[in-house]
Ligand binder design. Sequence first.
Ligand code: FAD
Length: 390
Amino acid sequence: MTARRKTVIIGSGIIGVSLAYVLARRGNDDVVVLDSEDDVARGVTSLGSGGYRVQFTSAEEVALTVRTIAAWQELEERHHVSLGFHRGGYLTLGSTDRAIETMRGAVDMQRAQGAEVDLVEGDALAGIVPGMTVDDVPVAAFSAGDGWGHPPTIARLLRGLATDAGAQFRYGTTVTDVLQTGGRVTGVTTASRLGTDMLAADVVVNAAGLGSPKVAERAGVPLQLGMWRQHQFRTALVAGMHDTAFPCVLDPVHDLYLRPDGDSVLVGYAEAWDADRLDYEPNPIVSEHARERLAERWPDAAAEPFVRAWVGCYELTPDRRAYIGLAPELDGYAYSTGYSGHGLMNSMGAAESLADALDGAVPAVPLDTFDRRRFAGAETSLHARSDDAW
Ligand SMILES: Cc1cc2nc3c(=O)[nH]c(=O)nc-3n(C[C@H](O)[C@H](O)[C@H](O)COP(=O)(O)OP(=O)(O)OC[C@H]3O[C@@H](n4cnc5c(N)ncnc54)[C@H](O)[C@@H]3O)c2cc1C
C-alpha cells in the first residue's frame, strides 16, 4: 500500500478550507492546514461581501463559479446542512457602449458554460430594482440563480466538514519558510507561541491570501500581487426593503456594489486614488463620494445615513484573475491566491481543479489561464480597474 501524501495548506480562509475539504474527501491526503490567526476565516474572508455570480468575461472564471455553486448545492444535500445563501440574483448594469458590447459577447459565452444569464432592459429591468434610477442603462445582465452568503459562516462549516473527513487545522501557527531539497518541497518551518518547529510535507499549498507574496518569496516562486482597498457601508433601514426581493447590483459606471442586508443596503465602493494600500481606516472623503454616487443611482437608499463604515483589503493580480496551479520549478509546491475580489465565488471550483492537478489528472477547469507566469515579460498595472474588475 502506498503512503498517503502529506499536504500542508498555508491559510485557513475560504480558499484553504475549500481545498482541505476537497482533498480530505478524496482520501488521498493527510491534510494539515496552518494559519497565523487564532481561528478560521480571520483574514480577507472575514471582510468579504459574500456575493457570487456567474458573470465573468473569461470562460474559465465562469466555469469555476458554476462549479462552485454546484459543489455548494451538492455539499448541502450530502451533509444535510445549509450554507445560508440568499439566492436573490445578480444584476450588472451596462451603461457604456464598450461595457454593453463586452456584456453581450460575455452572456453568450456564459450560457455556453451552463450559466443562466439573461439580458434585461426597459420595464423588465426597472421591475427587478424598483426605486433605482436606471433610465441611463440601456441593458443589464441578470443571473437569477446567483446571490450572496456570509463567507465566515461558509468557511466555518467547510472546516467542520473537512475535519470530519480527517483534515487537521492548527491555529496561531505562522509558516516562516518553505523547505526544499533538489527542486522538491520537503516541508515548512513554523513559529507559534510554543516556539519554532518543522513540519515535513510532500505538498505545500500557498493559500495565504494577503500573506501569499511573502510565502511565495520564501519558496522562491514569486507572485506579482498588488492590493485593493474597498470601502463598505451599511445604510440605516430603507423603507420597502423588507417587501422587495432585490438582487446584488454591480454598477461599474458609479463603481458601486449594492445588495440588501436585511432591511438595510450594503454599499461597496472603491476609488482608485484611495485604493492601493493596506489600511483599514475608512476615509471620510470616499464616504462622501460614495453617498453622492449612491444618490444618483438609488435616491431612497442615499436618503438614509450610513450607520457603519469599514474597509476590506484584498490581493489583486493585473487581470483580476486568480493564481492557481503547480510550480514546475519546485515539485510539490502549489499556489491558490490572488483572487482579486472573487475568492468566495471561485473557491470550490478552484479547489476541485487544483486537487485534480495535484492528483496528476487533467483539471476539470483548465488552469493555464490562472498560471502565475502569464505576465512574464509583459508590462502590467496592479492598480487600474476595468469594467470586469469587481
Ligand atoms: C470588501 C471585500 C468585499 C469582497 N466581496 C467579495 C464578494 O462579494 N464575492 C467574492 O467571491 N469575493 C469577495 N471578496 C474577496 C474574497 O473575500 C477573497 O477573495 C477571499 O476571502 C480570499 O480568501 P483566502 O482564503 O484566499 O484569503 P484569506 O481569507 O485572507 O485567508 C488567508 C489566510 O492565510 C493566513 N496566512 C497568511 N500568511 C500566513 C503564514 N505565513 N502562515 C500561516 N498563515 C498565514 C492568514 O492569517 C489568513 O487567515 C471581497 C473581499 C473584500 C475585502
